[in-house]
Write a protein that binds this ligand. Structure first.
Ligand code: TXA
Ligand code: MG
Length: 354
């Protein structure tokens, strides 16, 4: 916990060397943060209880929040999971490697600390060359939550990992910024009808097209409705900056107008105001700091900027951050809105929809 964290920068043909050194750390029961296509993960040998405990310690993660186990081939799945259905096989064929986590009944080889004592295990096959090579070389499934301090925005660069976990983990592999930017879709395959527990880049429509009926099992814990109301509901806040964050919801010009109004009101009170807004909204508003998310019609771009934006504004010594909720919902847009809802301590509604 108090040792130096080694930084492995992938550059100029040192890939194999870095992977074998990082894999050695994993095999010896250490912790290594590494890129996946979604966010950076904090990895340890999923079958080694002592190693997995280090993940919980480093992140300050609650002991009742189970980890995702990362694999590179389906033989590893047979080792971890039981009762893998035909539907699950269809999903794996369609989306693995990729940002879809599937939950199965577990086998005894999976330690209690990895699953927090549940009789199920979450598994995914990441679509990233570094992640894949690391798992292969380590020769063991790797348990990996997002590599952030618990409750904070997930890391999308190695710099984000360093900012949160430097000195608390053995190493970070810097493979550059990730592709997707929000965490994987989580789907529970243990009931007869699969249940979506977390939206991600693989959408519910894609899953339904592949296996038919799917139930929605997550909520959008809307922190507050109507005006700026409650004190931050910490219990329901995730992915959060330390700065107060207000989300303006809706999908019309009213969102832009409300952000403009709020920014003016707060600045009149001498608040330092930051804005997390789409490019289109930014043309009509101003504040002390403005972070551009990308076009409101390009959810993928917004997904890859969202957590970096939260972290950026959080360092700017602001009194309040106002976030733009007018983002089109196609594709990964559902996941983006989910993360914004969870990050916001407060929200303001501007209309019926969105
Ligand atoms: O994209 C991702 O999934 C990233 C990268 C690193 O792979 N990982 C990630 O892990 O987001 P984490 O720990 O931050 O989120 C895992 C989610 C949590 O919401 C956890 O509660 C849920 O998956 N989960 C894990 N095992 C579960 C289980 N057996 N049953 C229900 N939910 C589970
Ligand atoms: Mg996480």
């Amino acid at each position: 916990m108090d040792s130096t964290t080694r930084i492995f920068q992938i550059e100029g043909g040192n890939f194999d060397e870095i992977i074998s050194e990082a894999a050695r750390i994993i095999k010896q029961g250490g912790t290594v943060a590494f890129p996946t296509e979604t966010v950076y993960g904090l990895g340890a040998d999923a079958l080694n209880s002592e190693a997995v405990r280090k993940i919980f310690q480093a992140k300050g993660r609650p002991q009742d929040n189970p980890l995702i186990v990362h694999i590179t081939d389906t033989e590893q799945l047979d080792m971890l999971a039981r009762d893998v259905s035909d539907s699950a096989h269809k999903l794996m064929d369609a989306f693995w490697p990729g940002p879809l986590t599937l939950i199965f009944r577990r086998r005894d080889i999976v330690p209690d600390v990895t699953t927090c004592g549940l009789d199920t295990v979450a598994v995914r096959m990441p679509d990233d060359p570094v992640a894949m090579a690391l798992i292969e070389q380590a020769g063991t499934p790797i348990a990996a939550p997002s590599a952030n301090i618990s409750g904070r925005p997930s890391p999308t660069t190695a710099e984000h990992v360093r900012a949160d976990l430097s000195g608390r983990i053995d190493a970070v592999i810097d493979g550059g910024p990730v592709r997707v930017g929000v965490e994987s879709t989580v789907l529970d395959m243990t009931p007869d009808i699969p249940v979506l527990l977390r939206p991600g880049e693989v959408s519910v429509e894609q899953i339904r097209e592949c296996v038919g009926e799917v139930r929605i099992g997550y909520t959008e814990h809307r922190a507050g409705a109507g005006e700026i109301v409650r004190s931050p509901g910490l219990k329901y806040t995730h992915y959060s900056p330390q700065t107060r964050l207000v989300l303006v919801k809706g999908n019309s010009q009213a969102v832009v107008d409300r952000i403009d109004e709020l920014a003016r009101e707060y600045r009149a009170k001498n608040f330092r105001v930051g804005l997390l807004v789409t490019d289109e909204t930014a043309e009509h508003v101003s504040a002390d700091e403005v972070f551009l998310l990308g076009s409101r019609y390009n959810a993928s771009a917004i997904a890859s900027n969202l957590f970096a934006g939260l972290r950026y504004l959080d360092q700017k010594d602001l009194d309040i951050i106002i976030a733009d909720g007018w983002i089109e919902q196609d594709g990964v847009g559902v996941a983006v809105k989910n993360r914004l809802n969870k990050a916001a301590g407060e929200s303001v509604e501007t209309g019926k929809t969105g």
